[in-house]
Design a protein around this ligand. Structure first.
Ligand code: URA
Length: 217
């Protein structure tokens, strides 16, 4: 069994809120239908994004209530970007956008070349002015960490202000690999599972997230 590098573990925020843990357990059940899996994923994503956004900078804004002038706080800077790793990342988008509706959305498509085992990009589209934006990469499963690391490398070429990684589940292998290549990227997850099986699936996990979201199993 792979153990987690302590420095890599310190870079992970485990979101252990009871509502998050409850919904995650329902999603793991093999008998969860496609529609309930998708609904739970949206609900979970909406809860988890609060923690991801906890350190967002605020600025003062002068406003007028129906009674008097006052100063409120609003989020500072350009709109956040949710970068979905295709295809399972798309299952997280509705949930995070329900809480941060003004965010922009980018997509990263990567596949693993069976000969070289290197991640090959087949799609990449991000909003403009990435140098002025913070990015949250969304992908339900941080498994081997190879495609996550490749997605971060590709996004870094756009020079965003910061990058975070939001997943539902991860494991020691994924945490260690991503940290080795990108120690500056904090991971937010609802669980750190035991490890990978021989096919690269997280154990006990929840199976193939893309298949369960889209009903393609
Ligand atoms: N991708 C999935 O969808 N599930 C896993 O367990 C690992 C990678």
């Amino acid at each position: 069994m792979v153990t987690i590098n302590p420095a890599a573990r310190a870079n992970v925020t485990l979101i252990d809120h009871p509502l998050v843990q409850h919904k995650l357990t329902l999603m793991r059940k093999k008998e969860a239908s496609t529609s309930s899996f998708r609904r739970l994923l949206n609900e979970l994503a909406g809860l988890m994004i609060y923690e991801v956004c906890r350190d967002m900078p605020l600025q003062d804004l002068e406003i007028e209530t129906p009674l008097e002038k006052t100063t409120g706080k609003v989020i500072d800077g350009k709109k956040l970007v949710f970068a979905s790793v295709l295809r399972a990342g798309n299952g997280i988008l509705d949930g995070v956008l329900s809480v941060v509706p003004g965010a922009r959305v980018g997509h990263v498509g990567l596949y693993r070349d069976p000969k070289t085992l290197q991640a090959v990009e087949y799609y990449f589209k991000m909003p403009s002015n990435m140098e002025e934006r913070d990015v949250v990469i969304v992908d339900p499963m941080l498994a081997t960490g190879n495609s996550a690391a490749a997605a971060v490398t590709r996004l870094k070429a756009c020079k965003p202000k910061s990058i975070k990684f939001l997943c539902l589940l991860t494991c020691p292998e994924g945490i260690n690999t991503l940290y080795k290549e990108h120690p500056d990227v904090r991971v937010f997850t609802a669980a750190i599972d035991r490890g990978l099986n021989d096919h690269g699936y997280i154990m006990p996990g929840l199976g193939d997230a893309g298949d369960r979201i889209f009903g393609t199993q």
